[in-house]
Every structure is written in C-alpha cells, then in structure tokens.
Design a protein. Structure first.
Lengths: 103, 111, 275
C-alpha cells in the first residue's frame, strides 16, 4: 500500500489563502504515520477551537441508553454550543478577535 | 485564517440572559438592562426591515402620489436614524441585534 | 470500580495499545488505557464523577475554559490513536458507569462498530468552509428608477437608495448560495461521503463573514492530495468567496454507528455516494 501522504501538496498551508490554517497531525489511515505527531502545545494551538468543538459536540459516535450516564444528547449539544455562543457574544464586548477581511 | 477563538476572560458565567443556561442569571442590573434592550431592539429592527420592504412593494404597486411616497421615505429614514441612536445609547453594535433561533438560524439575516 | 468514578471513552478501534498514549495526557491528567471486548478496543480514562458526572458535566460544559481544555485532550488522544489505524471518535463527554458497562457496549454492538470502522478505513475527513462578505456590505449600483420614486425629495431618494441596496443584497445572497451549492457538489464528487454541517456562527468564528457552507468530506487516502488541490482551484474560481480547508481530521462527521437514527445531529444533510 502506498504511503498515503495526507499533507496538501507543496506548502504546509491547508488553506487556499495565504496565512495557512490549522494543521493537525498528519497521519495515514493505513497505519503508516507520514510525520510524527508531536503532542506539544504548539501543535494543539493551531486547531481552531470553533472547528474542534463543531466536531466534538455534534459529531462522533453517540452512545445512548442505560450503560451511559444519562446525559441527553440534545442537551449536550445545545447546552454546550449555546454556552459557547453566549460566552463570546456578550453585547458590547469584543469576543473572538475580529479580523479584518484581508482579501 | 482560522486562528483560535480568543476566549478572553468572560466565560459563560458572566452572561446569563438566555433561558437554556438555566440557573445562570446574571444579576448585574446594567447587563440585564442591556440584554433586555438588545432583545427589544432586535424585534424593532426586524419590524423596521420588514416595513422597508413592504413600503417598497407598495410603491411598486404604483397607486401612491409623489407626496405620499416622499412621506413614506422620510418616515423610514427617520426610523433608521432613531434605531441607530437607540442602539448606540445602549452600547450595542448593529451586529448585536440578532436572535439565534437554533435550527431555524438567525432571526435577522446576517447583515 | 468505585462508585464515585466513571469511564471516559475517547474512541473505538480494532486495537488500542496503551503505549500509543505514552506522550499524551488523558482527561484530568489521568492515564489513557484500553478496554477490549467483542474484537474491538476502546481508549478510556477513569474519571471522577465529581467533575465528570451528569450534574457536574452540565455545569462544566458551560465553562468555556474547561470545555476547551477537555476538548483538546479528547482530540489529542484520538489523534494519537489514529496514528495507528482507523478509529471511531466518540462524542465529547461519553462517560460510562464502569469498565464492565463500556466493554458490554462494545460487545453488544460489535458488528455495528466493525461496519462503521470499515467505512472509515483508509479514509480521511476534510473540512471545507465557504464564507462570503456579509450582504450588508453590498451596495449595488443605482439604476434608473422604474417604479415611480422619481420624486426629487430626500424621502424619495432614500427609497431609491434602499431599493438598490436591498436588491443587490438579495442577489448577492442568491448568487453566493448557488456558488456554495456548486462547490459542495464538486467536492462531493471527490469524496466517498459528505456531510453539510450547520454553518458556524460568526460570533464563534471571530470574523464577520457569513458562512454558507461548512462541509465535511470523507476522502480516500489516495484522493487526499487531489482533494486539497481541488479546493485550491475552487478558491481561485470563486474569488468573491473565502474557502478554507481544514484537516486531516479523524472521522468525527462520519462516525455513524447505525442504530435507529444514530448519527451526527444538526440540521445538515448527509450524503453517501456509493463508490
């Protein structure tokens, strides 16, 4: 099996725009790591929280039923996401750094 | 382009005017007032936008006099100015006026 | 198992080896270990219910600082496992009452888990987000007034301006929506499965732009370079739009273990393309 290189060709940037984007660890589903996955904070800082929570809160396998501690899945998503929205949207306060659109 | 969300120092605790956060009611009167103003002004803004579109449709129907059209325009202009004043008075930005309706998206278009 | 602890589950795979997680701290700094049953393995950590039980979770999930810390640990452990083969990530805060319960769940649904693992084997998730300038910035071009607001007063002038603005914004919205649809379809062609996630709120993304597409695409390994290249090309084809590629991700959006309607929640639509 070929060494599946998941890195975008050329630069390490994952975004078509210059400035790059989050670069999580490169890996291959065939089990051949294409680059070591450092567990350093610098790697983890580059994944945007919004993208991460988007997936962790509304994606992934859902276990329901008695074996799990009873947390209604809908509650989990709505409570967490709304809390996130609420915490960064206090009226009048600046939340996330609001970038100028640099197109 | 996507960087980390700048978390700042204000966790959800400091804001509490939405029902789904349950027990976390923020008792600070100033922010309660602002939260209420935000809600009210959001509704007013929705109405204002609807009225503008309705007025334009009415003008399109072609049965208004020039005088009537002029008056409608002046009224809407004044309404827009007034909304701006009120919003500013409560320390709100135009983009603060919105309501998240969950699966239905936002009340106002992302304007 | 003590009554005051639970089992936090990160992911399920054919096999999980504790040494994979030597350099990755687990939840609350506790070690990551493996539970096996039904020919499957899950990466787990024992957690205190005082912090991770139902009531505590409801409280803590509202704390963005806590949520971020926990989310990144969860993701880092999943990434570490994904270095060694296909994994099924669990939703954040999947906590079992005991090892036995966790193992029983693996055994009970082993076929479903195995099928889900096969679906993501040799495949990677990529995210593509498409955003547009907010319609409010679209002004439009004043055109000859067709509708009788030809009056000379400021009121009539206001109506003319407003009409031009609103028309331009409506058109901009329609165009952008149509473009986003085209982009999604083009990328779906290159993927074995796609999922249109709900767009991210501008307040979360931190920029004012209006997100029109938040797509997740499951792409075969051999197709990843081509997929990234296609996204680059689309960025050039649609200069009015901001197109961002994120990834590679463990298959969060495609970790569907069929049971009734288990699957990613949200208002997005799933598309599976048989290939």
């Amino acid at each position: 099996m070929s060494n599946g290189n998941q890195q975008a060709p050329g630069t390490g940037s994952r975004s078509p725009r210059s400035g790059g984007g989050p670069v999580p660890a490169t890996y291959s589903s065939s089990g051949q790591p294409t680059a070591p996955a450092p567990a350093s904070p610098s790697r983890y800082q580059r994944i945007a929280l919004v993208d991460l929570l988007d997936r962790l809160l509304a994606g992934g396998v859902v276990i329901s039923g008695e074996v799990r501690l009873a947390i209604a899945d809908v509650d989990l998503v709505s409570v967490s996401l709304r809390a996130l929205i609420a915490s960064v949207s206090t009226p009048g306060a600046r939340g996330p750094a609001e970038e100028e659109d640099s197109r | 382009m996507t960087g980390d969300v700048d978390i700042g120092e204000s966790p959800a605790r400091e804001r509490g005017s939405q029902a789904f956060l349950g027990q976390r009611i923020d008792a600070d009167p100033e922010s309660v007032e602002r939260g209420l103003a935000c809600l009210v002004l959001t509704i007013v803004e929705l109405l204002r936008q609807l009225m503008e579109r309705q007025a334009l449709r009415r003008v399109d129907q072609g049965d208004l006099t020039e005088e009537q059209i002029e008056k409608i325009g002046l009224t809407l202009m004044a309404l827009e100015d007034r909304m701006g004043e009120l919003t500013e008075h409560f320390g709100l930005r135009p983009e603060d006026l919105n309501l998240d309706l969950g699966p239905l998206g936002s009340l106002l278009p992302y304007d | 198992m003590a009554d005051d602890s639970g089992i936090w589950m990160y992911a399920v795979a054919d096999r999980m080896a504790p040494e994979w997680f030597r350099d990755v701290a687990g939840i609350a700094g506790e070690p990551v270990r493996a539970i096996s049953a039904g020919g499957l393995s899950a990466a787990v950590t024992t957690v205190r219910l005082a912090e991770f039980g139902e009531q505590a979770l409801r409280r803590n999930l509202e704390d963005l600082g806590w949520l971020e810390k926990v989310a990144r640990i969860h993701h880092d452990v999943i990434e570490a496992a994904a270095q060694h083969g296909p994994v099924l990530p669990m939703r954040l805060a999947t906590v079992f009452r005991s090892d036995a319960n966790a193992a029983a769940e693996l055994a009970r649904r082993q076929e479903d888990f195995a099928a889900a693992l096969r679906r993501v084997t040799g495949r990677t998730e990529w995210g593509v987000k498409v955003s547009a300038r907010p319609p409010a910035t679209v002004e439009g071009f004043p055109e000859a007034d067709r509708s009788g607001t030809g009056g000379t007063g400021p009121g009539a002038a206001f109506l003319r301006r407003r009409r031009t603005q609103l028309t331009a914004r409506d058109n901009a919205r329609q165009t952008v929506a149509a473009d986003a649809e085209k982009i999604h379809l083009a990328l779906d062609e290159l993927a074995v499965a796609s999922y249109a996630r709900p767009p991210q709120d501008p307040k979360l993304t931190g920029h004012a732009e209006w997100m029109v597409l938040n797509g997740a695409y499951l792409v075969g390994e051999e197709g990843s370079a081509g997929f990234a290249a296609a996204v680059h090309r689309l960025g050039a084809d649609y200069p009015e739009l901001r197109i961002e590629l994120t990834g590679p991700w463990p298959p969060y959006s495609f970790a569907v273990v069929e049971e009734l309607d288990a699957g990613p929640t949200g208002t997005g639509e799933r598309q599976e393309t048989a290939r």
